[in-house]
Design a protein around this ligand. Structure first.
Ligand SMILES: *Cc1c(COP(=O)(O)O)cnc(C)c1O
Length: 434
């Protein structure tokens, strides 16, 4: 039988994991294929890490099974608790955002839910900016309310409004910079100072900044990371956007710089069964090295198009934090102005309010008439996208800093700006012709 002669590369270590090696080779092919004793040499080095996929993880002994710790990265216990592939991604994301601990979850929304469900109990209240990512508000209105957790929405542009809403019941404050869809830029530093002074945990939805526009755990950029450093407690990130960069992966992360807080989040993460697949982690690992280059390209193109849109006769207002006229521009400049060699950093998003003289039907026709900008949710991939929003239904109180009219959100991909401008022009000409 061929198996009786040990060939080079058959590691004795493998025998410990496949107990039958101590005895004789099983006689049946079906068994020998499953319990094969070859393990490749361990020192494979390549630019990209390997993709490990597992639900089951094999232990050498019962003692190891009983003693192995799943709460840190000293070993492997079960696919849900991590593989070499997910551990590597977690560590690289910590580097991106300046954190120390990271949890991977199946979507950006799962990151938001993980935070809320880990930190809140009946009787607690969570504060959410009125311009937050919509499903964050839906979670508060749905599951959290059902579990006896209350919420209130605050004005992201008015730190005094946030301060006034904090009560002894407030246990979590969500922050978002820039705001979803309307892209107002808040005074993040002041918001964090207010929450810190009141001892309330802060969680930032950091999808827009992506770890590139500013440092969530070191907002003043002094790099000390000590006691006096101003930063959020938690950064939740929809990796679905820029870290994935392809419009083809759903994933999220929850990053912290506090081991106790991380463990609280991790226990909930474990009990809810949140985990990610190896192939998805690999897709993000593959895209991560180019995130800075892509972010800058999306940013430059979006700024060019946003400025050009400001000059178009059909347009009443353009919302993009790097534009001087945009709500919260000074806060953006203070926080993100030094990034990217001093030109500042912003994601590839802007919104346009079309003049109120145009009907919703005309604005819909404009969106339908676009050829390169596709109708679709999400952002951060190579393809430019457009979504018309019915803003009044999304805000708890009217946003007086916005012009009346219909709002359309653009996410700029990696196409040539010239072609995108031409696309916008032809769609406006047809939809808004007098
Ligand atoms: C997309 C997005 C999310 C949710 O991410 P998913 O992976 O789609 O669940 C959360 N927050 C912001 C700001 C987002 O843009």
């Amino acid at each position: 039988m061929p198996g009786t002669t040990r060939r080079p590369g058959f590691l004795p270590r493998a025998a410990r994991y496949h107990g039958w090696m101590k005895e004789a080779q099983p006689s049946q092919l079906a068994t020998r294929i499953v319990h094969h004793d070859y393990l490749p040499p361990a020192d494979f080095v390549a630019p990209q890490p390997g993709v490990f996929k597992a639900s089951t993880v094999i232990f050498p002994t019962v003692a190891a099974m009983r003693s192995r710790e799943w709460k840190d990265k000293s070993g492997y216990t079960y696919g849900l608790h991590g593989t070499p592939t997910t551990f590597i991604l977690e560590e690289r994301l910590c580097t991106l955002e300046g954190g120390l601990q990271c949890l991977l979850v199946p979507s950006g929304l799962a990151a938001i839910a993980n935070v809320a469900l880990a930190l809140l109990k009946p009787g607690d209240e969570v504060l959410i900016p009125d311009n937050a990512y919509g499903p964050n508000k839906d979670l508060a209105n749905g599951e959290l309310r059902r579990f006896g957790i209350t919420h209130a929405f605050y004005d992201a542009l008015d730190p005094a409004d946030l301060a006034a809403r904090i009560t002894p019941a407030t246990k979590l404050v969500w922050l978002e910079a820039a705001g979803s869809v309307t892209l107002e830029f808040p005074d993040l530093c002041e918001q964090v100072r207010i929450c810190r002074a009141r001892g309330v945990t802060t969680a930032l939805d950091n999808t827009w900044g992506a770890g590139l526009a500013f440092s969530p755990f070191d907002l003043l950029g002094d790099g000390t990371q000590g006691e006096g450093t101003l930063g959020v407690d938690i950064s939740a990130h929809a990796l679905t956007k820029y870290p994935s960069g392809g419009g083809d992966v759903l994933m999220g992360s929850v990053i912290t710089r506090d081991a106790g807080l991380h463990m609280k989040l991790k226990l909930t993460h474990m009990r809810l069964g949140l985990g990610v697949a190896g192939n998805d982690a690999e897709a993000v690992l593959r895209a991560l090295p180019s995130i800075g280059l892509r972010y800058r390209a999306h940013d430059e193109a979006a700024r060019q198009l946003a400025r050009w849109m400001q000059q178009q006769p059909a347009v009443a207002q353009v919302l993009h934090p790097a534009l001087e006229e945009s709500p919260g521009h000074a806060h953006w400049k203070a926080l993100c102005g030094a990034a990217q060699g001093g030109q500042g950093a912003a994601a590839g998003l802007f919104s346009v309010v079309f003049d109120a003289r145009y009907t919703q039907q005309q604005v819909d026709a404009f969106c339908d008439g676009l050829r390169l900008f596709k109708l679709g949710y999400s952002w951060g991939g190579p393809m430019s996208l457009v979504v018309p929003y019915e803003l009044p239904s999304m805000r708890s109180k009217a946003a007086t800093h916005l012009q009346p009219g219909t709002l359309v959100r653009f996410s700029v991909g990696l196409e040539a700006v010239q072609d995108l401008r031409q696309d916008l022009l032809q769609a406006m000409d047809r939809a808004f012709a007098a």
